[in-house]
Design a binder for this molecule. Structure first.
Ligand code: CDP
Ligand code: MG
Length: 753
């Protein structure tokens, strides 16, 4: 490899930092950069092996080598696809035709709304046009994305296009939570909307930016919605700031009106017709149905023609990929197939693969969440198979918290999904639901996140920004009052707000960590109980994708390996234990492989831990540490006292606050431990057929009473237990009253107050 060539250099640096991201884009895409020879050799070996397995029709094994196969074909492709090819690809995008008009529009208007089909080049091109036009001279160009995956992958792509290819993190960079790949030279910065929201805590006027592109506004993510309100104030103060809102759907007038009749520009689209087929009868199992449909397509549909399957979440996606590989392997003489999953928790290097064109004669099948609806454009898709569902984070008022619920996708979502098949040629979309269901059961559009999720985090942030009356804030669609109240109540329980709904100093401290209020709270209870460092590790471990791996076909071995780490009274402590053992074992990849632990997640946890540690140090918090696990348990109990359950029978618990019966998640260390703790706190509730607590810790009943006197009182009967106190009900009525009073001033019709 040529030393000093930008991308190889970036790759080397990343390796040294322990951040081994072997994405193909980074491996040698810039002109002149070559993949390392060893990689090349490995790839060739892999391809040979793939061919052999394919000849023997050993599909399961073969699919493992498809990565290697991709690598070789890519290297060849990469060498061919030099700067000029990228240039011509850029010029063929619909947005290029209207470049001048767009730039004029931006020059003449402080805010504008740009609407264009997915794949028209909004995300990747606009920022570059703005840079060429000089907008990065006195500030940088920021572009927000509701999804982390999109922020990273788009930045990678733009780095590769920008000035013939630059190193990611130089002129083009990205920032997502706990990962900042930008530098002093950065001109174009992609980031999650959450990052920009946090930046506004430190720089309320966002002085660093000369332009902010609010991308994917149609997604209506919680953070984007809040940013709208904030930006409306900022543009009034900063006349030099430009705001561009982009949307993939046509109802952009809402955005335009919100910003005082901003102009709306439509990028002329270029789409091909898509034939849509509904299923005749309702499907019993959408995974089976999707696999069946895809196999049919794979047998019958001509090549080239890639298939995109819309599934719900990681678990369904993995099941689909496995079942599909299995079914295809049983076919007589099938075409070679590459099956690729994509979901937000997937490792970055694996995500990048979905963009790679399949080699000739090979069919690519991408199994995705709704991330592929508009955020990511995958070229070459001709067929869409749509299960018709999505997982939505939804606030459960009964429990007072969020749960991921399986919901039917909306009509506008499934229409977007169908559109993915007609981007480059006429396509077909197979819907695994009936046309009656489409009309009767599907909502017309998605419910904005702000109207369905827990707002604690946002309320805390707005309070920190000095927005005292949350209901006064200019929301595009105001959240239901009930949700605002519930969030204020939970912040009050955590001590972040006082009885008058004002931010406390603890609340201010909590908001300075990029964490959910519950997790920041654990840092503070950890400090009080002399175990901040351990709690920090636990928080870091909870902030990364699952560290336990459970490969298919080796479930028993991996379960046994996982059990060796179990601390019977606590999943939180189990995570701590894994981390400590990993460090003691030299934090090596071999160690991870042996113990069925994800090396990637562990390295990420270490990185997150270090960042949190820096913040703790900057705040001069006492860096206490202890190895008494009971103290740590106490800190956990104190942080999560409002998420507690009492034992009811064997393995069965009742949520103390809601009275709802819940079980322990089978993956919990406490599940089979026979340790029937009377009281537990949990980190999350998972709703499937039943409610499950996941990440559980056994606690003493006294801790709950002590941590949450406003919530619980000890009842001294034969068995000493806790009961819900009346006080919280009272307090709730008070908060409701207060809000009613303040909002009645707004002369809003709210039902007769
Ligand atoms: O934002 P919009 O949906 O309008 O389009 P875009 O994301 O800017 O995509 C423009 C083109 O860039 C498409 O042809 C994508 O396939 C391509 N692209 C890519 O090859 N790799 C990425 N990581 C992102 C985009
Ligand atoms: Mg886009």
């Amino acid at each position: 490899a040529r030393k000093g060539s930008p991308t190889v250099e970036a790759y080397r640096l990343k390796r040294e930092r322990g951040n081994k991201r072997e994405s193909y884009w980074e491996l040698g895409h810039a002109p002149g950069a070559k993949a390392k020879e060893s990689d090349q050799r490995e790839a060739e070996r892999g391809a040979a092996e793939h061919a052999r397995l394919q000849a023997n029709q050993d599909w399961k094994q073969a699919s493992k080598f498809s990565n290697a196969l991709l690598k070789t074909t890519l290297d060849n492709k990469h060498r061919k696809r030099l700067a000029c090819e990228i240039e011509s690809a850029r010029k063929s995008l619909p947005v290029y035709q209207v470049k001048r008009q767009l730039l004029n529009l931006v020059r003449e208007n402080q805010v504008c709304v740009i609407v264009g089909e997915t794949g028209s080049g909004k995300t990747t091109q606009l920022t570059q046009y703005l840079e060429e036009e000089g907008y990065a001279t006195f500030g940088i160009i920021g572009c927000t994305q509701p999804r982390r995956v999109a922020a990273v992958s788009v930045a990678q792509r733009v780095a590769e296009e920008f000035r013939g290819g630059v190193r990611l993190g130089e002129q083009v960079g990205y920032a997502i939570r706990f990962e900042d790949v930008t530098g002093p030279n950065t001109l174009i910065k992609y980031m999650t909307d959450g990052i920009l929201l946090r930046e506004s805590l430190t720089y309320p006027d966002l002085e660093r930016y000369s332009v902010i592109v609010m991308d994917e506004a149609h997604e209506r993510s919680l953070n984007t919605d809040v940013l709208f309100g904030l930006l409306r104030n900022v543009i009034a103060k900063r006349r030099d700031l430009r705001v561009i809102i982009t949307s993939a759907t046509l109802n952009a007038d809402r955005f335009a009106n919100f910003f005082g009749d901003a102009p709306v520009f439509n990028i002329p689209g270029r789409t091909f017709p898509v034939d849509t087929f509904f299923s005749k009868t309702p499907m019993e199992d959408y995974v089976d149905a999707a696999v069946w449909q895809t196999v049919q397509l794979h047998i019958q549909a001509p090549l080239p023609g890639d298939i995109l399957i819309f599934m719900t979440g990681q678990e369904d996606i993995e099941t689909t990929c496995e079942a599909l590989a299995d079914k295809v392997s049983k076919l007589q003489n099938p075409h070679p197939i590459i099956i690729l999953p994509i979901y937000s928790q997937l490792a970055t290097d694996l995500q990048a693969k979905i963009f790679e064109p399949a080699p000739d004669g090979v069919r690519k099948v991408v199994v995705a969440t709704n991330i592929a609806e508009t955020s990511l454009t995958i070229d070459g898709i001709r067929y869409v198979v749509d299960a018709g569902y999505c997982k939505l984070k939804t606030y459960n008022p009964q429990l007072g918290m969020d749960a991921l619920l399986l919901c039917p996708a909306s009509q506008s979502s499934v229409d977007q999904r169908a559109g993915r098949a007609g981007r480059t040629a006429p396509g077909k979309c197979y819907r695994l639901f009936t046309s009656t269901a489409y009309v009767r059961e599907l909502l017309e559009t998605n419910v904005p996140e702000i109207q369905r999720t827990n707002l604690s985090h946002v309320v805390l942030l707005l309070k920190t920004l000095g927005v005292d009356d949350i209901l006064e804030f200019p929301f595009l669609d105001p959240p239901p009052r009930e949700n605002v109240l519930k969030s204020m109540l939970s912040l009050w329980l955590l001590g972040a707000l006082d009885a008058n709904g004002k931010l406390t100093s603890l609340g201010r401290e909590m908001s300075s960590f990029p964490l959910d209020p519950g997790l920041s709270s654990l840092l503070f209870t950890g400090m009080q109980n002399g175990c901040l460092v351990e709690c920090l590790t636990i928080v870091a471990m909870l902030s990364v994708p699952n560290v336990f791996v459970r490969p298919q076909g080796r479930e028993e071995e991996s379960d046994a390996a996982r059990e060796k780490f179990f601390v019977p009274e606590s999943d939180h402590l189990t995570l701590l234990h894994v981390y400590q053992r990993w460090i003691a074992g030299g934090s090596r990849a071999e160690w991870c492989a042996k113990h069925y632990i994800s090396s990637k997640s562990m390295r990420k946890a270490r990185e997150v831990r270090e960042q949190l540690l820096d913040m703790v140090r900057a705040k001069k918090m006492v860096e206490s540490s202890c190895d008494d696990w009971d103290s740590i348990r106490k800190a956990i109990g104190f942080a999560f006292f409002y998420q507690a359950a009492r034992r009811k029978g064997v393995g069965e618990y009742v949520n103390i606050r809601s009275g709802v019966v819940c079980g322990m998640h089978p993956t919990s260390a406490m599940y089979g431990s026979g340790l029937g703790a009377d009281y537990v706190v949990y980190h999350e509730l998972i709703m499937t057929r039943k409610e499950f607590m996941s990440c559980i810790t056994a606690v003493e009943v006294q801790w709950l009473a002590e941590a949450g006197p406003m919530l619980y009182v000890l009842k001294h009967v034969a068995d000493e237990g806790v009961e819900i106190a009346q006080r919280v009900q009272q307090r709730r009525a008070e908060i409701e009253d207060e809000i009613r009073r303040s909002s009645s001033n707004r002369k809003e019709d709210d039902g007769g107050t």
